[in-house]
Design a protein around this ligand. Structure first.
Ligand code: ATP
Length: 230
């Protein structure tokens, strides 16, 4: 699903690499927590998977394609197969819940009648049934994140990247969001989640990949957040 082979990313000449000879392999159906101090390279890794950034050296395979060689016109096709969820939700403030989710299938040209069926279905799945007409400012943080997850899910991506999805949420709401991501994963979507949330990582016990200064320093099945408490 994702393979990094000796990947280095240097943003500016002379600066320390954001990723430094990084190798990892994430298979289909896995749920992976990506942890590490601020600046360790987690967001860079995700940007490379989405081809928002290009590797300085090394090879990256995503969904069976060598994306280091992927021509520019094929990048939108790659991104359409990947759902993304961020800490700041990234909802469109002037669009209601339905329209915020409907954007994803609209972009890939799904017919309007299919969208009219699929969007309420996915909103039901994330626990927002009946809230289609609400505007983002009428939602709680947890509800906003559910809208963002619904938008990420609606095209049934094989891969979901979540960058600090619980970063702005209280612990109880975070657990609700995690249950949702777990359910999405159980339905076959590979989930990679970058997080600083030690409670969540320790509670959900999944594979943990830890980065430090751009290098993979730990890769552990059913891991915990930090090495300290081992
Ligand atoms: N667009 C950019 N231009 C230059 N340097 C960058 C850029 N993006 C990230 N960096 C640098 O690359 C390194 C890794 O940053 P990155 O954002 O990947 O870390 P992170 O682990 O996601 O951090 P955080 O947990 O704070 O989000 C840092 O030193 C950062 O300053």
């Amino acid at each position: 699903m994702i393979t990094f082979d000796n990947v280095t990313k240097i943003y500016q000449r002379g600066a320390a690499p954001a990723l430094d000879h990084c190798s990892l392999n994430i298979g289909p159906g896995e749920f992976v927590f990506l942890v590490g101090a601020s600046g360790s390279g987690k967001s860079t890794l995700m940007s490379l998977v989405l081809r928002e950034e290009r590797a300085s050296s090394g090879q990256i395979h995503v969904l069976g394609q060598d994306i280091t060689k992927l021509s520019r016109w094929k990048v939108p096709g790659l991104r359409r197969q990947i759902g993304t969820v961020f800490q700041d939700f990234k909802l469109l403030a002037n669009k209601n819940v339905f329209d915020n989710v409907a954007i994803a299938p609209q972009v890939i040209g799904r017919p309007r009648h299919t969208i009219a069926l699929e969007v309420p279905e996915v909103l039901e799945t994330v626990g927002l049934g009946g809230k289609e007409k609400r505007m983002p400012h009428e939602l709680s943080g947890g509800e906003m994140q559910r809208v963002a997850i619904a938008r990420a899910m609606v095209n049934r991506p094989k891969l979901l990247l979540a960058d600090e999805p619980t970063g702005n949420l209280d612990p109880q709401t975070s657990v609700g969001i995690m249950r949702l991501l777990t359910r999405i994963n159980q339905n076959g979507t590979t989930v990679v989640m970058a997080t600083h949330d030690s409670q969540i990582v320790d509670q959900f016990r999944r594979r943990v990949i830890e980065l430090d200064e751009g290098r993979v320093v730990r890769d552990q099945e059913r891991g915990i957040f930090g090495m300290r408490s081992e």
